[in-house]
Design a protein around this ligand. Structure first.
Ligand code: NAD
Length: 338
């Protein structure tokens, strides 16, 4: 049996989750929601997704544009076993009330606050905790990136303490009104940034402090990570561990992958939809142990990396797979993850 999934908020994340869900054998999309009759609404229909509107008063605008709608978001919820909410920051928490009233399970994105949803999710660190739950929040693109590499390192050598410098993209590629265009902005200017506490919502008790800044790029985030380890390990063991970790890939600067721009070019060469890189690339040359402390650099394709986690979260909430490894395997296979 296929479970019925609806996407509330068909934007950067929502449209990617819709396609990832549609690619799974055990799930189908029963609807996606739009606020405006724009090209994305038209594209959703072309893909065969039923379109629902989140602002009922705008029905006329859709009619005038000749874009067929199947009802309102409330109607869409009736069709679904579970909702993936990918609305902008803060709106998900407001929608939670509607999902509660309708008695439908829902998955939220990293823009929501952990406290508002009550539970957070990463496929590798705490899948089990969301089994059968009504609501969970897939942590942000940056936090997902930290989980992907810190979890295997913690399993291998034990983590005493992490420090990370997070270099964040200023905007997503289509966001013409966001900046900075010509500045480096400590963001937040206070230390530590919120990324450490956010990681602790899925990797409980980890000792981590982060600082973050914004730079004028749209392509990817980049992380510089320093880890004090519990056990003495060889850098080759760390490399091997990361190399065999799902949704992590070692890349070589020396092979022409020396920047986020070239890594995105690699994703294009892979023929990925929308050039999406679901895996976290780690620069092989950056991996080093100095005075017992591990250093490495990685990048995060913010639009894509947490998308497979949203698919796994559906399996956890609906208890389609008890074991995270089996869900990860299914998701990876359907999405063509390396
Ligand atoms: P987005 O603005 O690209 O998409 C949001 C969509 O929701 C838009 O299509 C918008 O029209 C629609 N929408 C607005 N209000 C709505 C409502 N009341 N009901 C239904 N739909 C509504 O935003 P995004 O970048 O996809 O972000 C969505 C969530 O994912 C946020 O929590 C964000 O923090 C998180 N997230 C974003 C990124 C990223 O890099 N873009 C990465 C990871 C997580």
């Amino acid at each position: 049996k296929m479970v019925s999934v609806a996407i509330n908020g068909y934007g950067t994340i929502g449209k990617r989750v819709a396609d990832a869900v549609a690619a799974q054998k055990d799930m189908k999309i029963v609807g996606v929601s739009k606020t405006k009759p724009d090209f994305e609404a038209r594209m959703a229909l072309k893909k065969g997704y039923d379109l629902y509107i989140s602002i009922p008063e705008r029905e006329k605008l859709f009619q005038e544009a000749g874009i067929e709608i199947s009802g309102t978001v409330e109607d869409m919820i009736e069709e679904a076993d579970i909702i993936v909410d990918a609305t902008p920051e803060g709106i998900g928490a407001k929608n939670l009330k509607m999902y509660r009233e309708k008695g439908v399970k829902a998955i939220f994105q990293g823009g929501e606050k952990h406290e508002d949803i009550g539970l957070s999710f990463n496929s590798f660190t705490n899948y089990e905790d969301s089994l059968g739950a009504d609501y969970t929040r897939v942590v942000s693109c940056n936090t997902t990136g930290l989980c992907r590499t810190l979890k295997p390192i913690d399993d291998l050598a034990g983590i005493k303490k992490v420090r990370a410098v997070m270099v964040r993209r200023a905007a997503d590629p289509p966001q013409v009104k966001k900046g900075p265009v010509n500045a480096i902005v400590p963001n937040p200017p206070t230390v530590p940034s919120h990324h450490g506490p956010d990681l602790r919502t899925v990797m409980y008790g980890i000792n981590i402090n982060t600082v973050a800044l914004l730079v004028p790029t749209t392509l990817m985030h980049q992380h510089n990570i320093m880890v004090e380890l519990e056990d003495p390990v060889d850098i080759e063991e760390i490399k091997e561990e990361l190399d065999k970790t799902s949704r992590v890939m070692l890349v070589k600067a020396g092979e022409g992958l020396a920047s986020t721009a070239e890594i995105m070019e690699y994703a294009r060469e892979l023929g990925r939809p929308r050039n999406d890189l679901y895996e976290i690339p780690v620069w092989e040359e950056s991996l080093n142990i100095v005075d017992g402390e591990l250093y490495y650099m990685q990048a995060v394709h913010q639009e894509a990396d947490a998308v497979p986690e949203s698919v796994d979260a559906i399996r956890a909430l609906l208890e389609l797979e008890e074991d995270n490894k089996r869900s990860i395997e299914k998701t990876n296979k359907a999405m063509g993850i390396l």
